[in-house]
Structures are given as C-alpha cells and as structure tokens.
Design a protein around this ligand. Structure first.
Ligand code: ATP
Length: 299
C-alpha cells in the first residue's frame, strides 16, 4: 500500500508547490481579485503611448449588477502629473486602479490613455504600460536578484544584471544588498532571509523601476512603518513618480499633501479635487478627514 501512496504524495507535493506559486501571484497583485475574464477585441491594436494622460469619462461600474460602486466618474490626469486619490474606506479607490489595469470593464463610460479607449487595445500592451507598487509585496522563495528581475524571466546575462543593480540603486536598497555575504544571490522569503516591510516595498519599487512604465499606480501601505523608514520610502516613491503619470492611492493624508492634485472620492463620486491648501480652505470632506487624522496623530 505504501508503494501506491508514494507517487500520490509526490503529486501532492507538486500540487502544493504549483498552488503556492499561484497564491504568490495573486497576493503580489493584490489589486487582482477579478474572477471575470475580460477579452481583447478581435484584431485589437497595441496601446501606443506618446503622452500618457489618463481620462475617466462618465465611468459607471459595479462588481455585481444590483450594486453600483462608481456612479459616473469623470476626471483627468495629465501626462507626467502626480495625482493622489483619497477617500473613506470603501469609496472605490482600489476599484479605480483595477479598472485602469482592465481587470474589469466599466458598465458605461470610457477610460482613455493617451486618447485610446483601453477596452479597444491589447491587454498585454496596456499592462506593460502600467507599473504597480502594491501595499504588501510578496517575495518568491528565490534570490533577491530574481525577485527584482521578476517579470522579465527571459532575460539573463551581464546587461540584465547591470539593469537589476541600477534598479536596486534607484530603490535605495543597493547598499543593503551589497552588504549581504551573497549579495544579489541571497535567498529571501519563507526559506531564506526575511525582509522587513520597508525592504520588501523597496524590492517592489526596484521591480517597477526595472519595468520602466510610463504610468504608475502607487498603493500606499496602510501598515505603519516607523516614521524614519516611511520618510525614506516616500522619498524613493517620489523618484519613481518623477517623469511618469502617477496615481497614488493614499490612506494617510500627510503623505500626499504636496501632490500636484488630490482627488477626493466619496461613495463612488468625485466629491472634491484640488491642492492640499485649496481643499483645506473648502472645509469639506478632505478638511474633515485631515482634521481627524491630525487629531489621531496627536493622540
Ligand atoms: P480601502 O481604502 O478600504 O482600501 P477603497 O476605497 O479602495 O477602500 P474599494 O476596494 O475600491 O474601496 O471598494 C469599493 C467597494 O466595492 C466596497 O464597497 C467593496 O466592498 C466593493 N468591492 C470591492 N471589491 C469587490 C469584489 N471583488 N466584489 C464585490 N464587491 C467588491
């Protein structure tokens, strides 16, 4: 009987290994919990970007037919602009990021990038144009070099190694890696070196720098890093945003006070938009959220 079970055990092991891989993928793109497949229209061209401006045009969306989440959302992000998206929990911030990545299609309205409707171009070209720095990056049980280069699995060799090094430098994690005895070959993850929250986020930033997309979505961590680490990460995130069109989903308003523009979302509608000082003067939802967070901070 044991003879019979050994191969089954082996199968179980293979199954668990594959399943773990899928879980890592899903967790890595926390924004991905889509269960409906969107499909390319036949003969769809690739997205062609010269000026990566983003337009949401009267976008209506709900995950379920009888529950609408976004109710006719209109906004624009100019090419190269950094816009922060804020709003109470459940307002629809992550939903906007998911629609931009086209994990779902709006029920009405359009989303345009550089004038092209994203539902009419290939998903491959769309996703190649957008980088995501998620809140919680998942690391693969592999080397730190692999974890940074992940997403470019077919490229190896000295040029790729140099590019990975440059990305690590840009994410301000190079001195940390160089100080490890095995450097970029250090095994990380469950079975290797455990990285802190801040270090993991730097790995995600390095991945994005390596991908070099014209558009980035920054999903700010809700989990508190210590304030020095947070300040350092913010500095690095700003360097990722430079020269790109950036949508920063923010939970703590202190981190986005100097954005070009702040969009305030409430119940799937744009309640207010403007710069920090303008919004404080308006004395609306943003001013209220700001006052509450200041009070919490002092408490
Ligand atoms: P938070 O700041 O808490 O992350 P958010 O503004 O990002 O919130 P979303 O995640 O966009 O909010 O969610 C908006 C609404 O959509 C919520 O009411 C949520 O329950 C609902 N929702 C999110 N994902 C799904 C899903 N996969 N299926 C059904 N409803 C969903």
């Amino acid at each position: 009987l044991t003879q019979l079970f050994r191969p089954l055990d082996m199968l179980g092991f293979v199954y668990r290994t594959i399943r773990q891989g899928l879980i890592d993928m899903a967790a890595m793109f926390r924004l991905v919990d889509a269960d409906v497949e969107v499909e390319d229209v036949p003969g769809a061209p690739a997205l062609h970007i010269e000026r990566p401006g983003i337009v949401f045009e009267n976008v209506h969306f709900g995950y379920e037919p009888d529950r609408s989440i976004l109710h006719g959302l209109d906004f624009e992000i100019a090419a190269g602009e950094t816009v922060a998206l804020v709003g109470p929990s459940g307002a629809g911030k992550s939903t906007i990021a998911r629609l931009l990545f086209r994990f779902y299609d709006p029920q009405a309205g359009r989303i345009l990038i550089d004038g092209q409707d994203i539902s009419q171009v290939t998903q491959e070209s769309l996703r190649a144009a957008i980088g995501i720095v998620p809140q919680d990056s998942v690391l693969f049980n592999d080397t730190i070099g692999y974890n940074i280069g992940y997403g470019r699995p077919h490229e190896t060799g000295p040029a790729e190694e140099a590019a990975i090094r440059e990305a690590a430098r840009g994410a301000a994690i190079l001195p940390f890696i160089d100080a490890l005895p095995d450097g970029f070959d250090t095994e990380v993850g469950e079975r290797g070196l455990k990285l802190s929250g801040g270090e993991k986020q730097r790995v995600a930033i390095a991945r994005t720098l390596l991908k070099n997309p014209p558009i980035v979505i920054l999903d700010e961590a809700t989990s508190a890093l210590d304030s020095r680490t947070e300040q350092e990460i913010l500095k690095t995130l700003k360097s990722v945003a430079r020269g790109r069109t950036t949508l920063a989903i923010a939970h703590r308003l202190s981190t986005i006070a100097d954005s070009d523009r702040i969009l305030v979302l409430e119940n799937g509608r744009l309640a207010e938009q403007g710069r920090h000082a303008d919004l404080l003067r308006r004395d609306g939802l943003y001013a209220e959220m700001w006052a509450r967070q200041q009070a919490d901070g002092e408490a």
